[in-house]
Design a protein around this ligand. Structure first.
Ligand SMILES: NC(=O)c1ccc[n+]([C@@H]2O[C@H](COP(=O)([O-])OP(=O)(O)OC[C@H]3O[C@@H](n4cnc5c(N)ncnc54)[C@H](OP(=O)(O)O)[C@@H]3O)[C@@H](O)[C@H]2O)c1
Length: 317
């Protein structure tokens, strides 16, 4: 089968299209014919080993050093179940499924029946389905972790990226009042996704706005010390990208009653089923910036590396 491999860290040119043996479904697993995957900011960071200073040592252990431990990149997938291993009850060949599993830049992957896999809701296309989990699961993890509630105010810095675009939609569904920080070229997009207010960071200073119940830095362009005056006492900083400065803020117990939610999470089947409920309720719209094919993977990574993408970049397989 065709798969995208990488045997060293670096720019998009480390990615190669290779022929690998087709995997087989072991007991309790599904074999999925992948029809679409995505290029996330996370994939690009893994490819480049782009990890902030204090996290480099655990990341070397997790990702592999000096070369990647797992030579096939990618995590999100949408496709059809081709075969099931012994004991699988919930899925059958022919089912349309989506979710997250390592090595998704390939024609076939295996995923545990109990893992991050769910039926594709309604008549969503493979590319629409694959565009949802990265942004929505992150939005769920941070909004739920921050215990933000209906009627509260939320500022999202970096609102047009994948995490931002889906956080706007989930936050509006939860009844929050959302102010989106983006550049002018994306103002219309974030407004269409439901933002109540838009701040164009190229001409206005969001640090003069607020205060808010919650502030999310979705793209890692600020820090707790900068946004602290914008957060109400008892409010929360949703810190999607943990920097060295934020790590120090976390260790400092004197935060004047402001909380910080950070960290990372594993995508679960329950999260995907919650996404299906959002789709059924017409609460989310796929936000797809560009679509590439597997043999254009270097171009797709080069585009995501610009840090200018809007929503999700998908790859058809
Ligand atoms: N903690 C976790 O578990 C977790 C989960 C998911 C993602 N992440 C991390 O979250 C980060 C963001 O992911 P993503 O996929 O959403 O990124 P992305 O889609 O690549 O973000 C691109 C967007 O960032 C905006 N942007 C760039 N500079 C900006 C600035 N100075 N102010 C405001 N907006 C700016 C751009 O809009 P303009 O062109 O308008 O500037 C663009 O639309 C990544 O570092 C990723 O690794 C962490």
């Amino acid at each position: 089968m065709k798969a995208v491999t990488y045997f060293r860290y670096g720019g998009p040119d480390v990615l190669e299209l290779s022929n690998l043996p087709k995997p087989e479904a072991k007991p309790g697993e599904l074999l999925v014919r992948v029809r679409a995957t995505s290029v996330t900011s996370g994939d690009c960071r893994m490819r480049a080993f782009d990890v902030p200073g204090p996290f480099k040592i655990p990341a070397r252990w997790m990702l592999g050093w000096p070369a990647p431990k797992t030579p096939v990149l990618g995590y999100e997938f949408a496709g059809e179940v081709e075969a099931v291993g012994a004991g699988v009850r919930k899925f059958k060949p022919g089912d349309r499924v989506y979710g997250g599993a390592p090595r998704s830049y390939a024609e076939y992957i295996t995923v545990a029946e109990t893992g991050a896999v769910a039926p594709i809701p309604r008549e969503l296309t493979f590319t629409d389905a694959v565009s949802l989990p990265f942004g929505l699961t992150t939005a769920m993890y941070f909004l739920n972790g921050g215990k933000v509630a209906a009627g509260q105010s939320l500022l999202i810095i970096g609102a047009s990226g994948c995490v931002g675009a889906y956080t706007i939609q989930l936050a509006k569904h939860m009844g929050l009042l959302v102010t989106a920080v983006t550049s002018g070229r994306n103002a219309e997009l974030v407004g269409a996704l439901g933002a109540d207010g838009v701040i164009d960071y190229t001409s206005e200073d969001y640090r003069r706005s607020g205060p808010y119940d919650a502030v999310m830095d979705a793209v890692g362009v600020t820090s707790f010390s900068v946004v602290k005056p914008l957060i109400k006492r008892g409010g929360v900083f949703l810190n999607v990208v943990l920097s060295t400065a934020d790590l120090l803020a976390l260790l400092n117990p004197f935060r004047d009653g402001r909380r910080i939610v950070t960290g990372t999470f594993d995508t679960t089947q329950a999260m995907l089923l919650a996404i299906n409920d959002l789709v059924e309720a017409d609460a989310v719209t796929p936000v797809i910036d560009r679509s590439y094919t597997l043999d254009q993977i270097r171009d797709a990574h080069a585009y995501v590396d610009t840090k200018r993408k809007r929503g999700t970049v998908v790859v058809t397989v």
